[in-house]
Design a protein around this ligand. Structure first.
Ligand SMILES: NC(=O)c1ccc[n+]([C@@H]2O[C@H](COP(=O)([O-])OP(=O)(O)OC[C@H]3O[C@@H](n4cnc5c(N)ncnc54)[C@H](OP(=O)(O)O)[C@@H]3O)[C@@H](O)[C@H]2O)c1
Length: 229
């Protein structure tokens, strides 16, 4: 039984990952910024008891992340940086940017994953753990679509941040992987998205299981195909 820590675990892909991992017998620290409102996680707690810990964690707050790291003294085998926001559907163009919203998107999607990784690093080191960051194909600089600039920039930036982290953690043998989860039927992806949460989370978990130093620093689709930076 391994211990997985997942951010943004109260709904969407994070909740799907939590359910699947608990079902296969893993131990999960499910983080939510408003744990008292995380009803779906509370339901899982009733079923799985001690194997599920629900932890309050807002990735934009250093205080919150540090308090969460202090609250969970156990070694962590896999950290999944999943929490993310898309930002406003309008006001994300290069000519009509809502800069307040842009800063918030960067705070959650780019700074958040690094803040969480740094705070939980001692727990990962104890376990010989690994880090998976859920990014997006929309952050690929090879793409030509010019919509949703704030979201795309935040994911391009987290890709750079995580390749830097992969390099920095190579001597400590902690691998870091960037995964695009697919276009997924969640609140963010919408009902018309390509794949279900179950299809996406199967892929993400398979990749996390496979992750070793030979894959560290790579950017992959949920099905394991490499994605151009
Ligand atoms: N769905 C897709 O098609 C798709 C495609 C590519 C990439 N992704 C990426 O996949 C990840 C998960 O997306 P999703 O589709 O599951 O989205 P979602 O259904 O909108 O869920 C987002 C999760 O992130 C949490 N979150 C947001 N801001 C947070 C903060 N400051 N601190 C902690 N948690 C926070 C949310 O918590 P609250 O409930 O408190 O808001 C929620 O649990 C994101 O990184 C997203 O960018 C999704």
């Amino acid at each position: 039984m391994a211990t997985w820590l997942i951010t943004g675990a109260n709904r969407g892909i994070g909740l799907g990952l939590t359910g699947k991992l608990l079902a296969r017998g893993e131990s999960v620290i499910a983080c939510a910024r408003e744990p008292l409102k995380a009803e779906a996680l509370a339901g899982q707690k009733d079923r799985h008891g001690d194997r599920l810990t629900i932890l309050g964690l807002d990735v934009t707050s250093g205080e919150s992340v540090e308090a969460a790291a202090r609250a969970s003294a156990v070694p962590i085998d896999v950290l999944i940086n999943n929490a993310g926001i898309y930002g406003p559907r309008a006001g994300q163009g290069a000519l009509d940017m809502d800069f307040g919203a842009f800063a918030e998107v960067l705070a959650v999607n780019t700074l958040g994953p690094l803040r969480v990784a740094q705070a939980f690093l001692p727990r990962l080191e104890v376990a010989g753990g690994k880090i998976v960051t859920v990014t997006s194909r929309m952050g690929s600089l090879a793409g030509t679509n010019d919509g949703a600039v704030a979201y795309r920039a935040s994911k391009a930036a987290v890709n750079k941040v995580m390749t830097g982290l992969a390099q920095a953690l190579r001597p400590r043998r902690i691998p870091v992987l960037l995964v695009h989860p697919g276009w997924v039927q969640t609140d963010m992806g919408g009902g018309g998205a390509d794949i279900t949460i179950a299809q996406s989370t199967d892929g993400i978990i398979t990749l996390a299981d496979r992750l070793d130093m030979s894959l560290s620093g790579q950017f992959m689709n949920y099905d394991g195909a490499p994605i151009a930076w």
